[in-house]
Write a protein that binds this ligand. Structure first.
Ligand code: NOJ
Length: 747
């Protein structure tokens, strides 16, 4: 027998042993779950499906309940949210240990963009197009939060969002299902780490299932009406990707989808998620969403709401109390078979086992570990690097940036310069015993960076909101004394987030008026825009000398901004959402369908699908973002011009850094299916590579195109690749296509 053959036999034996030991482990866990289930009364089972808010924070309308302790002691609560820190979680767990069966509580929390160390808001972080960076930020968050007693984060939010009026755009990865899917998977891996049950791992919760991002008019919690094709092609892929990456819980959503509230939606939760996709974890409702089905007018009362939710596939009731109040009666009335309750309980108990809570309910409660994790300088370093990677350079007239470290006088102006908490963005965990303003302000960041010879002047100029211009004079005076002005403006951190829909998404107050006055001094003005969403800021876009879209960057905001302003980091971020010229263009996204009368910006346009009074193009397109250096694209090569369904095309393109600075470029590959049985988008992102190039360096970047990348959902919702011609477009943004070719798919 050859050595190679023996090696193959050995490897497959090992593989089958590890598969069978995994299977044996699973079986053992299932037996353990069943052994507990058999001991449980119906009331205790329903208790596991019940999640309450602790009173440390409120992330929804709170129900007064003075008997939480009593209910936990009676085994009527399975989980708490908004309860953080080793001391607090331990004390609640002790209460749970007084219950008859001592089933441990799960502690869940919105750890959305960091825990103690805060990171850029997710949409900002998505701008990095850097999956390792994104995974590392979730890793840090999980390391800190799990050391602080938490088992479960309500993240990632993977809702595709194409309407910047919707405040929750800040929490996702933008408009594109391909980019969104990769980021969803990276975040899940980051939160869950190597293995659930490791001390630095926490359960991810993929939300909001499903299509919450398509709320009509961009109004939070509003209805969603969409075709199955759009659902499958655009809105579901990030959920599937998160599941494939191992996500163990899902949260459903407040919206109805085509008339059926997601919380009671059996098509979504039973047919797709637990059926077709084989999801074995559990689904938690959104806050109160079971009861809110009564407001939807889809059910009459709490009894019907509980019936709809449990049959629809919601396993755990967050804060509505309808499971607690109605499930027992529903079982007695034979409306809900006990098997349905058992299935939900099993799913939840299994996770408690996998986390190791039955072996040690206090496993995640260790003060020493908490202290170490919350004071880890490596976390700060990662936060600074991720933040710098998330800053998008939108404009750089006369290459004013990067600023020289020898600039004599810089006027740093604006309501966000000295702000601390504003840099945090919407979601904020108050970590007990920790200074919540553990943040490097933008002022401090610049001070840390500049040398002794640079004079840094400050004026606030104005507030974020309101019409008070009394601070303009001082701002103008220091601008006149300076060589360059840096102006930090934007939104307050509570202006974009949950329930923060806005119809006017301009830069608030008199901030753009201040810019106008500063420009009138004749000094160059670099504008930093702090926000959670794409804003409309045509005046700034057209007149500022340079613009950095900084989003809300988290703990290390100041240092990261200084790194980019002075060129220690060359910006490489690209927009994950289209930025409209006007609210009138919304929804606007790059991968729109071709119409029968294609829109143009041609002056003589008539009888076509354009606006008469507005461009059809965004101010800044998906994938857009500048660098301090320049990149040239050439030599697009395809290994074949015709492929069969089973074949692959190797694509290569040469990228050259033709500027003065080292830099990173996100090379984007778009495809267009020229003729399809369903109308196809004018272009779809199908791959990208982020690559580093030294000044003067060239690299060959390679991609592969296979059947997967050419497929779509046809009218019968089958995933097919149809023979025909495809265009391939590679470039630096969705509009800045540098090289093109085409190929044919044959049968
Ligand atoms: C409601 C939000 O929609 C959801 O995303 C969040 O996780 C819960 N509140 C809990 O805070």
């Amino acid at each position: 027998m050859s050595r190679k053959f023996l090696q193959i036999i050995g490897a497959s034996l090992l593989l089958s042993l590890s598969i069978s030991s995994l299977y044996a482990q699973k079986k053992k866990l299932a037996q353990k779950v069943d052994s507990i289930l058999h001991l449980m009364t119906l009331e205790e089972k329903i208790g596991q499906l019940n999640q309450y808010n602790d009173d440390q924070a409120a992330t929804g309308p709170v129900t007064q309940d003075n008997d939480k302790i009593g209910q936990i002691k009676r085994g009527q609560v399975g989980s708490l949210l908004n309860c953080v820190g080793v001391a607090r979680t331990r004390s609640w767990q002790k209460v749970a240990m007084q219950s008859r069966l001592k089933i441990p509580l799960l502690f869940g929390q919105d750890v959305i963009h960091g825990y103690k160390t805060t990171f850029p808001i997710p949409l900002g972080e998505a701008s990095s197009w850097d999956l390792d960076a994104i995974e590392s930020s979730a890793r840090v968050a999980a390391t800190e939060a799990s050391a602080s007693g938490l088992h479960w984060t309500f993240a990632p939010m993977v809702d595709i969002a194409r309407d910047p009026r919707w405040g929750r755009v800040m929490e996702g990865a933008g408009e594109d299902p391909y980019l969104g899917s990769l980021i969803a998977a990276a975040r899940v891996k980051g939160f869950q780490g190597n293995r659930l049950g490791d001390l630095n791992s926490m359960m991810a919760c993929v939300k909001h299932f499903a299509a919450y991002g398509a709320a009509i008019g961009g109004r939070d919690y509003n209805s969603v009406d969409m075709s199955d094709r759009l659902l499958w092609e655009v809105y579901l892929p990030p959920f599937k990707a998160a599941l494939d990456a191992g996500a163990v819980t899902f949260m459903n959503s407040f919206n109805d989808l085509n008339g059926v509230p997601a919380t009671g939606n059996a098509y979504l939760q039973r047919t797709i998620l637990k059926g077709k996709w084989g999801f074995k974890g559990f689904v938690v409702s959104d806050w109160g969403s079971i009861g809110e089905m009564i407001n939807h007018g889809n059910v009459k009362d709490g009894y019907e709401a509980a019936l709809s939710a449990i049959t629809g596939g919601s396993d755990m009731d967050m804060e509505s109390r309808n499971y607690k109040n109605s499930l027992a009666k529903l079982v007695a009335d034979k409306k809900v078979p006990i098997a349905l309750i058992d299935d939900a309980v099993r799913r939840i108990l299994l996770k408690k086992f996998e986390l190791g809570l039955f072996d040690d309910p206090f496993k995640y409660c260790n003060e020493e570990r908490e202290k170490a994790a919350l004071n880890n300088p490596e976390h700060t370093r990662i936060a600074r690097s991720v933040a710098a990677k998330s800053i998008v350079l939108l404009k750089n007239e006369n290459n004013i940036l990067p600023l020289s470290k020898n600039t004599k006088t810089i006027a740093f102006i604006g309501p966000l310069v000295k702000a601390l908490k504003q840099n945090k963005g919407f979601w904020d965990v108050e970590v007990p015993g920790v200074d919540s303003e553990h943040i490097v302000s933008q002022w401090q960041g610049l001070k840390n960076k500049i040398g002794a010879t640079t004079n840094l002047l400050y004026a606030k100029g104005c507030e974020i909101e309101g019409d008070d211009k009394s601070g303009f004079g001082e701002a103008i005076a220091i601008a006149k004394q300076s060589d360059v002005v840096v102006l930090s403006i934007g939104e307050r951190r509570d202006m974009t987030g949950e329930a923060k829909s806005r119809s006017n998404i301009g830069i608030p107050g008199v901030q753009e008026d201040l810019l106008k006055e500063l420009l009138a001094t004749g000094k160059p003005v670099v504008v930093l825009i702090n926000t959670g969403r794409p804003l409309v800021f045509n005046y700034t876009a057209d007149h500022a000398t340079a613009i950095l879209y900084t989003w809300w960057l988290g703990s290390e905001a100041g240092n990261a901004i200084a790194d980019v302003l002075f060129g220690d980091v060359n910006p490489s971020a690209k927009l994950p959402m289209s930025f409209p010229v006007s609210v009138g263009q919304i929804p606007i996204y790059y991968s729109h369908f071709s119409t029968g009368r294609p829109a143009t910006d041609d002056k003589n346009r008539i009888y076509n699908s354009s606006y008469n009074d507005l461009s059809i193009f965004p101010k800044y397109e998906f994938g857009y973002g500048k660098s301090y250096t320049s990149f040239e694209y050439s030599k697009l090569q395809l290994s074949k011009k015709k492929i069969k369904q089973t074949e692959t095309i190797e694509v290569s393109v040469t990228i050259a850094n033709t500027g003065k600075y080292d830099g990173d470029e996100v090379v984007q590959l778009y495809l267009r299916d020229r003729v399809g049985s369903i109308v196809r988008p004018v272009q779809e992102l199908k791959d990208f590579k982020k690559t580093s190039l030294k000044a003067g360096e060239s690299k060959v970047i390679q991609f592969k195109i296979d059947k997967q990348k050419l497929s779509f959902y046809n009218q019968l919702l089958n995933w097919v690749a149809e023979p025909g011609d495809f265009d391939i477009m590679i470039g630096s943004s969705s509009r800045d296509i540098r090289v093109k070719d085409s190929f044919e798919l044959i049968n």
